[in-house]
Design a protein around this ligand. Structure first.
Ligand SMILES: NC(=O)c1ccc[n+]([C@@H]2O[C@H](COP(=O)([O-])OP(=O)(O)OC[C@H]3O[C@@H](n4cnc5c(N)ncnc54)[C@H](OP(=O)(O)O)[C@@H]3O)[C@@H](O)[C@H]2O)c1
Length: 236
């Protein structure tokens, strides 16, 4: 019988995803959580949070010390995300009313909200026997680029959109060529483009539900509404 997970260390609690993880963990009566944050971090946490500071380069011995006594460690680090987010990931710009649709735009793929990811992490920790050493695929919803564009149109209006259709394979080839570029942002955009196109390209497993690998039901994932989420994210 395995020991239940009770004490959780969370590294990266202040980022995009981190606050959702912290909130989901502290809302659950099952867990007590320690936030591991950098000495230089200016992040603020709720007053009751247990905080352990470590040097900015996360030295091994300091991490061993910080993690001691915990049953699980969650790493939520990704200091490139801000730059990736600035590159208009899905190719839809509601201000300019322009959209790039890859392929015919009808392939549905899996996607998760921060709150959904946090909910899944809590469920994973609550079910350690079932989830141990597993790759867990979860999603808050499945949608296609056409459905995403329709959701934008619902919020920003139907009129005046310029939609360009592009071939997925030529987009992949173009991104591959740019992945070794000297310029940092060119490389980041190429990585973002490859991530999007390999998710959208039919047959590559970007739709976890359709591929039969989804853990949604088992982990009790809540389904979300695309227009509602978009409104929340865009503050509209
Ligand atoms: N953002 C997305 O859209 C997205 C989408 C899918 C998956 N993910 C995944 O979710 C995880 C977390 O991503 P995130 O976007 O939430 O990360 P993030 O906001 O970029 O950063 C998370 C935390 O990293 C710590 N950190 C360590 N070194 C840093 C540095 N040099 N500069 C800034 N912060 C630094 C900070 O915590 P302290 O200040 O407390 O030290 C920060 O709060 C990653 O595994 C990522 O791949 C993210």
């Amino acid at each position: 019988m395995s020991t239940p997970i009770r004490k959780v260390a969370l590294v990266g609690a202040s980022g995009h995803l981190g606050p959702h993880l912290l909130s989901a963990l502290t809302s659950s009566p099952t867990f007590t959580t320690t936030v591991i944050t950098r000495h230089s971090s200016s992040a603020l946490f709720p007053p009751s949070t247990t905080i352990h500071r470590v040097p900015d380069d996360y030295p091994y011995s300091e991490l061993v010390h910080a993690f001691r006594g915990h049953d699980a460690v969650i790493l939520s680090l990704n200091h490139l995300a801000e730059k990736c987010a600035a590159t208009n990931f899905y190719g839809i710009d509601p201000t300019a009313k322009t959209a790039t649709i890859w392929g015919d735009g009808s392939t549905r793929f899996s996607s998760s909200t921060y709150a959904g990811i946090a909910q899944a992490v809590v469920s994973i920790l609550e079910n350690p026997v079932r989830t141990k050493n597993q790759t867990v695929y979860i999603s808050s919803f499945e949608f296609s680029l056409n459905e995403l564009l329709d959701a934008y149109k619902t919020i920003f209006g139907d009129e005046g959109w310029k939609v360009e259709y592009k071939e997925i394979d030529s987009g992949i080839e173009e991104a591959r060529q740019k992945i070794g570029a000297e310029d940092f942002m060119t490389r980041m955009k190429a990585i973002g483009r490859l991530a999007l196109l390999s998710t959208i390209k039919p047959g590559l497993g970007g739709n976890f539900v359709e591929s039969g690998i989804s853990w949604n039901e088992e982990l009790g994932m809540e389904r979300e509404d695309l227009v509602e989420v978009l409104r929340r994210v865009l503050g509209r």
